[in-house]
Design a protein around this ligand. Sequence first.
Ligand code: NDP
Length: 247
Amino acid sequence: NNNSKIKNCFITGGTRGIGKTLVERFANDNYRVFFTYANSTVKATALEQQIQEQGLIAKGFQVDSRKPEMLSQLIHSIITEFGPIDLLINNAGICEDVLDVRTLNMSDFDRNVDINLKAVFVTVQAAIMEMPDRGRIINIGSNLGDIARNGTMVLYSMTKSALQGYTRAMAHALGKRRITVNLIQPGPIKTDMNPDDNEKADYLRSFMALPEYGKTEDIASLAAYLASDAGNYITGSIITIDGGMNA
Ligand code: NDP
């Protein structure tokens, strides 16, 4: 069966920013790409069409990362219909700035943990049962998982740091199957989440060795390297790609 030669890639948060570029990159690298999103139905359809017009495959699903049963069910149904997930990329995330930490409450905690952390656990659990040897898991953290800089993104830093321990331990848990698990930690990348002309942009640039925002393609290139055979021996690694902001 010819279909079995096409690899399957599952990406959370594929409609905008880094996730959209990941969808484009891996479709171009001849993966059959499945991606999720929360709200951007119009963008999802446009992206599917754009990729289909190139003779490539991408399919979007409106599945909120806050719905773990739906997320898990989606992965199981993809595996049933199209075969195992070869490459899983946990990209969807939220970043909330809060000037006064006293205003944070339990529902803020739950939202951030559900999307940035719990959904990662959920997709991995759903995908690994059937993941082939030499499968790949790539989580997207943040350079703020290493250095917080200030006190306005407390829950963001908490969830992104938690991905470090999770990634390292899962690399050990899956290493015998030659599945690699890595964490990419971007610094400021120009997206809706972090426009390069927002009021904080100059503050962020002031810390960077290369005083400019990164491009979503920079992150996709690193992900493509990790997914390729060149990445066979890279696992449990936390790879920061931040223009030297944390250096
Ligand atoms: P954007 O806000 O530009 O895009 C977020 C994407 O994730 C969208 O496709 C969005 O879907 C989707 N998404 C958000 N929440 C959910 C949810 N609850 N369920 C399903 N999908 C969801 O983000 P970026 O591209 O900037 O960031 C991507 C990742 O990179 C995140 O994990 C972020 O923390 C990380 N990162 C980004 C940095 C940056 O400077 N941009 C720096 C460091 C890390 P929809 O369009 O439907 O809303």
